[in-house]
Design a protein around this ligand. Sequence first.
Ligand code: BGC
Ligand code: NOJ
Length: 827
Amino acid sequence: MRYGHFDDDEREYVISRPDTPLPWINYLGTEDYIGIISNTAGGYSFYRDARLRRLTRYRYNNAPLDLGGRYVYLRDDESGAYWSPSWQPVRRDLDDYECRHGLGYTVIRSRFAGIHAEVLYQVPLGETLETWRVRVTNTRETAASLSLFGTVEFCLWDANDDATNFQRNYSIGEVEVEDGVIYHKSEYRERRDHFAWFACSEPAAGFDTQRDAFTGPYRGWDRPVAVERGACAGSVANGWQPIGAHHVRLALAPGETREVVFALGYWENPTDRKFDPPGSQRIDKRLVRPVIERHLRPDRVAQAFDELRGYWRSLLGALEVDTGNEHVDRMVNAWNAYQCMVTLNLSRSASLFESGIGRGMGFRDSNQDLLGFVHLVPERARLRILDLAATQLPSGGAYHQYQPLTKRGNDAVGTDFNDDPLWLVLAVAAYLKETGDRGILDELVPYDSRPGTEATLYEHLQRSISYTLERTGPHGLPLIGRADWNDCLNLNSLSEMPGESFQTAPYRESGVAESVFIAGLFVLAAGEMAQIATRRGDGREARRCGAAAERMRTAVDEHGWDGAWFRRAYDRAGEAIGSARNAEGRIFVEPQGICVMAGIGVEDGRAERALASVRELLATPHGIMLHQPAYSRFRAGLGEISSYPPGYKENGGIFCHTNPWVMIAETIVGDGDAALDYYLRTCPSARESISEIHRCEPYVHAQMIAGRDAPTHGEAKNSWLTGTAAWNYVAVTQWILGIRPDHDGLRIDPRLPTDWGDVRVTRRFRDTTYRIAIRKQRGAVARVTHLVVDGRVVDGTLVPLPASPGGVVVVEACTEPVPDRRPMGPG
Ligand code: BGC
Ligand code: NOJ
């Protein structure tokens, strides 16, 4: 069942009923000012850091109620009837409703009793504010007298403190109301130099800034007394719950449309210009005032919207595909790339599954996210790499997370996730291949953010490699440490304390628990590092990495292969995990994907054998499960993985992040059909028609889909902020379509599904635009034999770099059918 449809031309998802299974959200803002907005206008806004600079409140734990938002009310002043054009929070049945989530904006439209309303929510590029353009049209045959209210509930900045520290917070709320603008200035009197403001383009008939004056005691946002009676109280908040509410009266002739703009913003004053007059306690508004005025102007709103649309058009122009498969095309051309940009901004901090007060930026997460946006915003990728590297520890290890505001490693979650440093190598390799900017390797970057410890980025990468080599176990495989990619495989923790976080529980390095996954990742990373070193003329480092990769490969051959698949790990007693000798957790997906990606077993058939095992034992119609059988009971020696009920999250859930690794592995053994088949199983667009089962948004990937052991098999959770986005993007564009940046040019080496014909791709790469046509006979399995580049034949699959970048290069990739590889099994 569907709750809407894709409008591919507009790059919008159109939701046609408000009561989606869960709030289906979108993000406003591309850099410093970010908002979450649901299809019924729920959500909140923040400046840079969802925890420390939260502008508005959201009620946690309330999906699907979804309360706290950018709420607009309309009231018919003749009948007294009132409603919300976004359905929430009043939830009055509307005659018509539509929400369009676009790239960086959302439009919600509805009709009630002959009054049509449309609200466009957006964050203008480069600004620290959002605007809501409300258009109200009277479609009645008679004149209409209406009241329009725009409301926000302020958060007292630190979202964690705001949700917990009432004894203080009920006394600190302060506002100013001046010239129709509501300023929220809690704590401005002391150490903060920032405030929020909420303004309206029309002269106000009234305002409120104290929540219970507006809603009335024992009432909520669904039935505010001010809206009911058609008048605000003019309340000025002192303590309690500061809000912003503006009331505007509209007299509309039949057919008339009026436009009203509400704007909410964040402003920082220079510390020596906080007050006006100096010495007083009143905000100096002289700098912010012109900004407010400007953004309330309808022409400015329209212009900002054009700029926003233009920004996304040009950004996503970096890679556009025409494959004939609607799911692939719309995900690659719009939604998947868009989701990658959102993960760039937010890592795992703020969504409806991430509170914004918990996790900062994940080290491994951010490095992987980069794979999905490096071609879109290479300059931001560069900064991100340097920020991440600056939190690396002198040991080569990494803080698991860092705070976006301070950019410092945060030890709320420990270090010693032994895979972490290797992801930095993969991120830098991807950046170098995309940009050719080798200068980044010479950038001086501190360790642990400590001045005086600077070393080149290249040395940081060397330490990442050494970190693994200095931590190997009895089988010569990497020690797992606290955990590896699978945060929940906690083989060294033995937590027995109720409620204790498995991620931070006391951990004792056994010196025994090893990870085959890290071994595969190491082979991959050391291979990349060897290439980087060779290009830098550092033969010694290239040889060191090459030899280390060989040794690791041998260790995997000897101790990581189980007979029909790769093992997962060895526990602290030296027992294999992910082996046929286990009753539960016999096979795990992660090592199958990563080892094949590292080329292990590709020559001798083990790769294909492992992938056949995945298909047989782990694949479901909803995607590939993390392991099987799921753990049926808690085992302290395994940690958090066995804490989840079977089929959820890391305990045998379909952890979507890993599925693209298998897709890539399938292309490596040559099976584009299998790769696409897996792609479509978790692809949100391809699951749109089962939205009642999937439940999350059909336009973005979710972290997890409940596995076969779960009673809700097929149900997605944790949408938006997941490495699934970047890896799917990489799998489909670089491996199935085979358009892969390389150090010396652009590789075109697709593994197209049998029933596909020609494919067209436009790719911006190092300032040159490549117009690529892959010629393929439909119904054939085919490989590229040669390229025709601007009319000249080039053997092989690499388009060399043009003599001078900046122009357009036309490439034809000519393929030849090859014998069918292997039949597809059931899944
Ligand atoms: C989740 C993991 C996540 C970890 C982060 C765990 O509870 O299951 O998916 O990586 O928390 O701290
Ligand atoms: C989500 C985390 O953000 C990511 O870092 C981790 O790899 C996966 N969960 C698997 O545990």
